[in-house]
Design a protein around this ligand. Structure first.
Ligand SMILES: *Cc1c(COP(=O)(O)O)cnc(C)c1O
Length: 380
């Protein structure tokens, strides 16, 4: 007899009573096959092609930004966004320890080091209050930006992440970042379709980064996008991610260190077909979230919902258990009964590469780390 028997059967019912209910499975009911065949017929399967251009235009529309650059994955999108925002080797970047590893790796790829500041309990993303008090205690403002008093290094960017698609408190974060001359870049890898005060996540910071990995709300197999309202930065993003090639009819001239971070046209075709369905996916997921909310509320289990002034995409839905013991019980009973659930990530400073990074008290991150569990969230 399981403590969570009714939970297990309710989740299964919501997903057509499959033998195994995954956390998040992609759905291909649109023009995916048509566009893929089209790409093969055209022979333009690789690094240039009509679908890449179309995908970039669609991303501008979806994220309400002036420029979008298609790249090979979300991690590359964050890495290049940081470089575009001026992050240099030896700099420091403030982010949250409660995130997926890619957020933090992207900082290190630039030769910069992360500083971990606590998250808010309501959004599970970077806390403006914690950011401000960290800066007041540890930083000094100079002509050209904020400097860490302890390390002497420049704090050149702040990288909040919209956890599971729940938008962070962007206005408040922007205010603190502007006061301290720190560039705000949004890791919007999980939040395609989420809005903050009516504006799409990813469009509010200097740059935003999206992922189209297989487990995200919209997938193209693997892919990413950088979005920005700064046209020059967008053009430079395209140039850097396509080997920093100087335009020329036939010569190969590359005048600085670039990357081959292009999204193949084959993947862009899939991305276009999926993006066409984003609104339908959002509606579908929001209705599942509603069902979950009323069910779990009845059960006395906390189902996490969007905060005021925001709309979440409900990419991965989650419950907050009473304590670590309850969480372990929930995880073992659901997983052994064919319902896939997963705990939130371990905090980044537990990993050997990031164990020595500067951090604040992490009170809220530690609380959430012990309690948050993702539950099956696929489009049905
Ligand atoms: C998925 C994800 C990424 C990276 O995306 P990839 O496309 O897998 O490289 C980055 N940050 C967060 C928070 C993510 O969830």
């Amino acid at each position: 007899m399981s403590d969570f028997n009714s939970v297990i059967s309710f989740i299964k019912e919501q997903h057509n009573n499959q033998e195994f209910t995954p956390l998040h499975a992609p759905v291909f009911n649109g023009n995916e096959k048509k566009y893929l065949l089209d790409t093969i017929d055209s022979t333009f399967v690789s690094s240039v092609g009509a679908y890449v251009d179309r995908f970039e235009a669609m991303m501008c529309a979806t994220s309400q930004t002036k420029k979008a650059v298609a790249v090979v994955n979300g991690t590359a999108a964050i890495q290049v966004s940081l470089r575009l925002a001026g992050v240099k080797e030896g700099d420091e970047v403030i982010t949250q320890a409660l995130t997926f590893i890619a957020t933090v790796n992207a900082i290190l790829y630039n030769g910069a080091s992360p500083i971990f500041v606590d998250v808010d309990l309501d959004t599970m993303g970077l806390s403006p209050k914690a950011l401000e008090s960290f800066l007041i205690d540890n930083a000094e403002l100079r002509e050209d930006g904020a400097y860490n008093k302890k390390t002497g290094k420049k704090i050149s960017a702040c990288l909040p992440m919209h956890t599971f698609g729940f938008p962070v408190h962007l206005d408040e974060l922007m205010l603190v970042c502007n006061n301290w001359k720190i560039a705000l870049i949004e890791d919007a890898a999980e939040s395609l379709g989420s809005t903050y005060k009516g504006r799409p996540t990813g469009s509010i910071g200097k740059l935003g980064a999206f992922s189209f990995n297989g487990n995200k709300i919209v997938t193209c197999g693997g892919g990413g996008a950088i979005v920005t309202n700064d046209e020059e930065m967008g053009i430079r993003g395209k140039y850097l991610t396509t080997t920093a090639k100087v335009p020329h009819a036939y010569e190969f001239v590359h005048d600085e260190l670039g990357y081959n971070f292009r999204m193949p046209n084959l993947n862009a075709a899939l991305a276009c077909a999926q993006l066409e369905q984003l609104d339908a996916f959002l509606e579908n997921k929001r209705s599942l979230a509603k069902q979950y909310q009323s069910f779990f509320t009845d059960k006395g289990i906390k189902f996490r919902t969007e905060t005021p002034d925001t709309k979440a995409n409900y990419w991965l839905m989650c419950v907050e258990l009473e304590n670590k013991q309850e969480r372990e019980l929930f995880l073992s009973e659901t997983n052994s009964n064919g319902v896939m659930t997963r705990p939130i990530w371990q905090l980044m400073f537990r990993l050997p590469m990031y164990a020595n990074c500067q951090r604040d008290g992490q009170q809220n991150a530690l609380f959430l780390e012990e309690r948050i569990v993702n539950i099956p969230s696929s489009v049905r």
